[in-house]
Design a protein around this ligand. Structure first.
Ligand SMILES: Cc1cc2nc3c(=O)[nH]c(=O)nc-3n(C[C@H](O)[C@H](O)[C@H](O)COP(=O)(O)O)c2cc1C
Length: 405
């Protein structure tokens, strides 16, 4: 996967997050993209055009009437040459104007003129983000075929906490990288089955056994596989995450339901990535009514759930099987044993005891083991980036004659 030589038109508008667009420019340029920047007048109140010029090594544009090359109309030329247009950060103002087809800024005229894909990365105060007018305008842009790169949640520069942070530059670079990888992706048109999240094993109508998996890693993998051109089915345990676009989602609750959902779809799958944290045991008996408390202790007998990965390993014909190993010690031995015992082709191992990796974090530090004895240890990175790397590795194995062998 590579964005080398791709012409990326970055439209920077007047929000406090304009400073993050500098980092984005730097990262894209370092990755080999040819980045061209257009700024609105307001954006220049936040960051100087000179900064973008230095980081992109290209002239920065801000005025539709200032033509730097006499025989070219700059906004049409930039619109025509772009492989991808990214508006980041996108203000409420620019989103509203674009939804209405206005063009009184060079950024707007260029976005209207381009035939390249347009991605919009909004950033604003949480209340602005949730305003019905802004939400409606984003829906209009989405319906027109522009992709909205959802804002993140957290502390906002305005002092409020909530949704409205610009997506992190590394996340945007990972998405762009995997988008451009599509053309050469070995996963184009392949059926990829991904499991995500935890399962819940009921004890009574109100209580269950579960674990700390949030599903973020599996959802990021589903998105990366989709962006690599695969037909993706995501089998998800309970989670609050929104389903990635263009992905078939199958929602399950228990390990037994997940087992059925995966096994029923296994025959038509080309790749199966098992990132869900499936409960190994479930209570032997599920009480019909809420269990009342007593003075004495309570013992719950747990029975073994079926091992989905092992069942797939036995049933496999030509499917490429990827498992996750969440370990707290002796990671390499455990990962290699798991690969051998369950006939997996790849194991992604992580140390879930670390604070910055594993369950309920936005970041992960993994080691990828493959059946040919290779091992690739990766730096700490966002789960989106980890997903892009894993999908990139799987994709490479499928490139060529189209099979994994
Ligand atoms: C300090 C400051 C921070 C701002 N941050 C944002 C922001 O994050 N998002 C936004 O939509 N507007 C923000 N605004 C308001 C925009 O700058 C204003 O709506 C402006 O007209 C946008 O112009 P543009 O869309 O042409 O770039 C901010 C204004 C100020 C003064």
């Amino acid at each position: 996967m590579s964005i080398k030589g791709k012409n990326i038109l970055l439209c920077v508008t007047g929000g406090i997050a304009a400073y993050k667009a500098c980092d984005l420019t730097s990262k894209l340029t370092k990755a080999g993209a040819d980045v061209h920047v257009i700024m609105t007048s307001s954006a220049k109140a936040f960051v100087s055009p000179v900064t973008f010029q230095a980081l992109s090594r290209n002239p920065v544009h801000d005025d539709v009437f200032t033509e730097k090359v006499p025989h070219q109309i700059a906004h049409i030329d930039l619109a025509d040459k772009a492989d991808l247009v990214l508006v980041a950060p996108a203000t409420a103002n620019v989103i509203g104007k674009l939804a209405n087809g206005l063009a009184d800024e060079m950024v707007l005229a260029t976005v209207l003129a381009t035939q390249a894909p347009v991605w919009i990365a909004p950033a604003m105060n949480v209340n602005m983000y949730q305003h019905p007018a802004v939400k409606r305008n984003m829906t209009i842009l989405n319906d027109m075929g522009m992709a909205i790169i959802e804002s993140g949640e957290g502390n906002l520069a305005c002092g409020w906490t909530g949704k409205g942070r610009l997506a992190e530059p590394e996340e945007m670079v990972a998405r762009i990288t995997s988008y451009f990888g599509t053309e050469n992706s070995g996963l184009q048109g392949k059926n990829v089955l991904i499991t995500a999240g935890s399962t819940r094993e009921a004890l009574d109508p109100v209580r269950f056994f579960s674990n700390r998996s949030t599903g973020r890693m599996g959802y990021a993998l589903a998105q990366a596989a989709r962006e690599a051109g695969a037909d993706v089915t995501l089998i998800s345990g309970p989670t609050s995450l929104a389903a990635p676009e263009d992905v078939d989602i199958v929602r399950v609750t228990t390990a037994l339901e997940m087992y059925d959902a995966v096994l029923n779809r296994f025959d038509t799958a080309d790749v199966v990535i098992k990132s869900a944290a499936v409960a190994d045991y479930r209570p032997d008996e599920v009480s019909e009514h809420k269990i009342k408390k007593h003075d004495d202790d309570m013992v719950v007998r747990m029975v073994r759930n079926p091992d989905i990965a092992a069942a797939l390993g036995q049933k496999k014909t030509n499917q490429f099987l990827v498992g996750f190993a969440a370990e707290t010690q002796d990671i390499e031995t455990a990962a290699r044993q798991k690969m051998a015992n369950k006939q997996l082709d790849m194991v992604v191992a992580n140390n879930v005891a670390a604070d910055d990796a594993g369950f309920a974090t936005d970041t992960n530090r993994v080691i990828i083991f493959t059946q040919d004895g290779q091992k690739r240890a990766m730096e700490l990175m966002s789960k989106t980036d980890v997903a892009a790397q894993i999908i990139g590795d799987i994709s490479k194995l499928f490139t060529g004659d189209g099979s994994s062998s």
